[in-house]
Write a protein that binds this ligand. Structure first.
Ligand SMILES: [Zn+2]
Length: 154
């Protein structure tokens, strides 16, 4: 399941990427371009516009009704029945959407703060923006959140 979100859903985009879902963030105004991308790459459109789905019955459009980003993710889990897989957490760059690649410790040394380098064993990098990720407290928080969200989806 792949997604493309319109520009009103920036926070939801990051949350979906955190969960490992391939999610494009479309920040432009050109709706036809968004439709075109969605069709070409077989993505489900996420939007807050309630009119869109009615006007475009043939496209796969998911209308998000909730205002709060935390509730938006719950809404998506219910409507799209997302599979929440802990192995996919932090497998994707939050900024670029690209899959992360494992990088060796010697490559990381000097590029992250020393205390992080000494505490963490595994590091992952984005091939596009070169940002370095490591499973720290974020991951634990996210695992707990996913556990909570799984209950919502049942
Ligand atoms: Zn990146």
């Amino acid at each position: 399941m792949k997604f493309i979100a319109d520009r009103t859903l920036g926070k939801l985009v990051k949350q979906l990427r955190m969960l490992g879902y391939d999610t494009l963030y479309f920040q432009g105004d050109d709706f036809h371009r968004l439709l075109h991308l969605a069709r070409e790459e077989e993505r489900i459109i996420l939007t807050r516009s309630r009119k869109l789905a009615a006007r475009r019955p043939r496209d796969r459009i998911l209308t998000i009704m909730e205002d709060l980003p935390s509730r938006q993710l719950e809404e998506m889990i219910q409507k799209a029945s997302l599979q929440l897989d802990e192995n996919l957490l932090f497998s994707r760059c939050l900024l670029c959407n690209d899959p992360l690649k494992e990088i060796s410790r010697p490559e990381v040394e000097g590029k992250v703060p020393d205390f992080i380098f000494s505490q963490q064993k595994d590091f992952y990098g984005c091939p596009t923006c070169k940002r370095i990720y490591w499973p720290g407290t974020h991951l634990r928080t996210m695992v707990q959140k996913v556990e909570g969200l799984k209950k919502i989806g049942q």
